[in-house]
Design a protein around this ligand. Structure first.
Ligand SMILES: Nc1ncnc2c1ncn2[C@@H]1O[C@H](COP(=O)(O)OP(=O)(O)O)[C@@H](O)[C@H]1O
Ligand SMILES: [Mg+2]
Length: 313
């Protein structure tokens, strides 16, 4: 099994697909290693994919996932559970929405990796600031009721749930001697060691999150005190991932499968906030048309993906 040219420059979201394709004896050509664009063939058929994005995904479905206002409309029309939401109009209705829900999340209609998202907005000044931040990413900005619970990612491929994982924001725990800055640096050093470990950016956003907890990088953390470094659980800003496929509540399975049908996506990462990982009552906060297949060890995500494209082995 020789690896195709460009393999070494592919990230693990791409190599997981290449490895499985080679294992099956498929032909693989790397068209763009940075993007993860591949041509995979079995001698009769050829598929061009960009990681988990394939030509089986209709453009309209893609748009419905990419635009959070469109996602909400489609999912809500299908009767799926969503947090209350409101498109920011720059008038008194925004403040009414904030008052109704107490604490809200503000996000750009399009974006990823938590960019431009502000969690835990609780007053009007904070709302204006969060809207301004979100507008830098997209002109349309959405406020949502802030839902408490665990961040669950459910991966649906070809109509079935293949994997689920919980994502948690990065946390450090004090030892009574080291500063928060040292603890965060130690966490990042550990991440650098580990393959695929993503560091927590120690940027203004993180400093704000710390300030919100009454602390800063120079503070020595009391023994056992837990401090979150980011409000969001996005993997790209250092969130952690735990596989929970076997603990998933049937209602989360059903919600995720119905969401994939509603948007019309053959591969979909459905993000829910659930009160408990193995409980019901989750709401959908986002649908991702190009979910990372490598985030679900040890579940057979690349296998099911290639089953979908080339038929089961
Ligand atoms: N309604 C909500 N209630 C609570 N937390 C939320 C809500 N919406 C988003 N979040 C938090 O913010 C993160 C980023 O929001 P998300 O809508 O997934 O945007 P992105 O597309 O940038 O990932 C989520 O992973 C979650 O931790
Ligand atoms: Mg997200």
């Amino acid at each position: 099994m020789t690896r195709p040219t460009g393999y070494d420059r592919c990230n693990r979201y791409t190599t997981i697909i290449v490895d499985e394709a080679l294992r099956r004896g498929l032909d693989v050509e790397v068209l763009d290693p940075e993007l993860g664009e591949l041509r995979i063939g079995d001698g009769m058929r050829e598929e061009v994919v960009i990681q988990s994005l394939s030509q089986r995904l209709p453009a309209v479905s893609y748009f419905r996932c990419e635009h959070k206002v469109a996602s909400r409309r489609v999912l809500s029309a299908a009767g799926l559970p969503l947090p209350a939401g409101h498109v920011i109009a720059d008038d008194a209705t925004d403040e009414t929405f904030l008052r109704q829900h107490g604490t809200v999340v503000v996000k750009p209609a399009r974006g990823e990796g938590g960019e431009g998202v502000t969690v835990g907005v609780a007053d009007v000044a904070g709302l204006h600031e969060a809207v301004e931040v979100a507008r830098r990413h997209h002109e349309t900005v959405l406020a949502e009721e802030m839902v408490e619970g665990e961040d669950l990612r459910v991966l649906v491929i070809d109509g079935s749930v293949v994997a689920a994982s919980v994502r948690r924001p990065p946390v450090v725990v004090g030892d009574g001697t080291r500063t928060l800055g040292h603890l965060a640096e130690a966490l990042n050093a550990e991440r650098r060691e580990r393959e695929g470990g993503i560091e927590v950016p120690l940027d203004d956003r993180t400093l704000d999150v710390l300030a919100g907890q009454g602390t800063s990088l120079d503070d020595v953390l009391d023994d056992g005190r837990r401090v979150v470094l980011r409000r969001t659980a996005n993997v790209h800003t250092g969130g952690t991932i735990t596989d929970v496929t076997d603990r998933l509540h049937p209602s989360s399975v059903e919600t995720a499968c119905r969401a994939a049908r509603a948007v019309g996506a053959p591969v979909l990462g459905v993000d829910l906030i659930v009160p408990d990982v193995d409980g019901d009552g989750g709401v959908i906060i986002e649908v991702n048309p190009m979910p990372g297949l490598a985030n679900h060890e040890p579940q057979p995500t690349a296998q099911r993906y290639l089953d979908m494209l080339f038929g089961a082995e």
